[in-house]
Design a protein around this ligand. Structure first.
Ligand code: AMP
Length: 395
């Protein structure tokens, strides 16, 4: 992939596919500006090099032109985060849009209306993509969060920009982080996976076990593995149809001389909603009627040792039901261990919705080496897939 930094962008109209799919409250205030902040570096670079930025994005899942999903609502916030005036145009294709762009002074920024007002966007329609391509001279994709979709603005439009298509700064950083986890990270590489279900992370497990040195499995997904090893897990979360897969992953790890580390103790409750009775069990000996909802102290200590002796760490998914204070200690302890590791210069990458939510809830997000902006896109990359939006830039 060629480097955007080396390109001459002077007087060029640069179409930038960004991900401005930000959350809005009932009064249309943007409640989290992370995604706007994430595209600032690319926008600044283009402006510095004398280009004009034409921002294209989706917002929500509109069915046709629904005012509720108009990007106009966020223009002021985008302007204030980018610290530049941002113009808006009420469509994303057509002669009117092209004319509005041609009237801009060089070095301006314009945000076009929601791409998904056209169903052709999500259908990956060629004519729509070609119409979009008419907005500018150069195409930059900086919307990592949608790169796993084969949409017109991510995967198809690039065809119309031979030798003039580039990854933005955010996309470059995301790809580098994935490369660190799956190929090139300083060893030992540790993946910490948690969350509710094995099923959503099965392909990742099969892929990562080949590439990383050790995997900690916590959260609800650990119990399927503990059961697969013959443990008694009481009423803890389990996916019985995946026991065979879990056994296969465990023996694959053994044959590849990789470590899979499971919690040795578990904080359990009799009832998911009513937590009057709580007890700590050996994870292999949970009594019937009790469900494991967090890792115990011994596991926290054990996981901390693994963290401090790694050089690259990827974390996805909480260690327990972190939304409840009673069962947030395991996830908090991972956050604290990662912070200590970060202070020692260990490379840390965090990704996937709930680990970021946990970091935020526990107020720990400021120190992490790299927080990925992609949910599905990150997970699919870690399954070993080349994302359609990335592939399109390479062809
Ligand atoms: P995921 O979306 O797969 O990352 O799962 C995140 C969810 O897993 C969170 O809502 C947690 O509350 C939940 N979770 C974590 N550990 C457990 C557990 N031991 N039992 C049930 N749910 C859990």
């Amino acid at each position: 992939m060629s480097d955007l930094e080396k390109q001459d962008l002077k007087n060029k109209k640069v179409i930038v596919r960004v991900d401005l799919n930000v959350p809005l409250d009932d009064n249309d205030n943007v409640t989290d500006t992370t995604r706007i902040i994430a595209c600032k570096e690319t926008v600044d670079l283009i402006l510095e090099k004398g280009g004009t930025c034409i921002l294209i994005s989706h917002l929500g899942r509109p069915k046709g032109k629904e005012n509720k999903f108009s990007l106009k609502k966020i223009v002021d916030t985008v302007s204030s985060v980018l610290n530049q005036q941002v113009f808006f145009y009420e469509d994303c294709i057509g002669l009117g849009a092209q004319e509005a762009i041609s009237e801009l002074d060089q070095g301006s920024i314009i945000l076009m209306e929601n791409l998904r007002f056209y169903e052709e966007e999500t259908q990956g329609d060629r004519v729509f993509a070609e119409n979009l391509s008419k907005l500018g001279d150069i195409y930059v994709n900086d919307a990592f969060g949608t790169c796993h979709r084969e949409h017109a603005s991510t995967a198809v439009i690039a065809e119309y920009f031979e030798n003039k298509k580039f990854a933005g700064k955010l996309l470059q950083k995301e790809l580098e982080a994935i490369n660190q986890i799956a190929n090139n990270g300083k060893k030992p590489v540790l993946a910490i996976l948690g969350g509710a279900k094995v099923s959503s992370k099965l392909s990742i497990l099969y892929n990562l076990i080949k590439n990383v040195d050790k995997i900690i499995i916590g959260g609800g997904m650990a119990y399927t593995f503990i059961k697969a090893k013959g443990g008694q897990i009481g009423n803890s979360l389990v996916e019985n149809d995946l026991i065979t897969n879990a056994q296969e992953i465990l023996s694959l790890a053994q044959s590849l001389d990789k470590k899979i580390i499971l919690p040795v103790d578990t904080k359990a409750s009799k009832d998911f909603d009513n937590n009057d009775q709580i007890s700590t069990y050996n994870s292999k000996e949970i009594e019937d009627g009790w469900m494991g909802l967090d890792i115990g102290e011994k596991s926290m200590e054990m996981f901390n040792k693994e963290i401090q002796t790694s050089n690259t760490i990827f974390w996805n998914g909480p260690m327990g039901v972190f939304e409840k204070d009673l069962f947030s200690e395991g996830t908090r302890s991972i956050c604290n261990s990662l912070r200590e590791a970060n202070e020692k210069g260990i490379n840390i990458i965090v990704g996937g919705g709930d680990s970021i939510a946990a970091l935020k809830k526990l107020g720990k997000e400021e120190w992490v080496g790299y927080i990925s902006t992609g949910g599905g896109a990150l997970l699919e990359s870690l399954e070993g897939k080349t994302l359609p939006g990335v592939k399109a830039l390479m062809q």
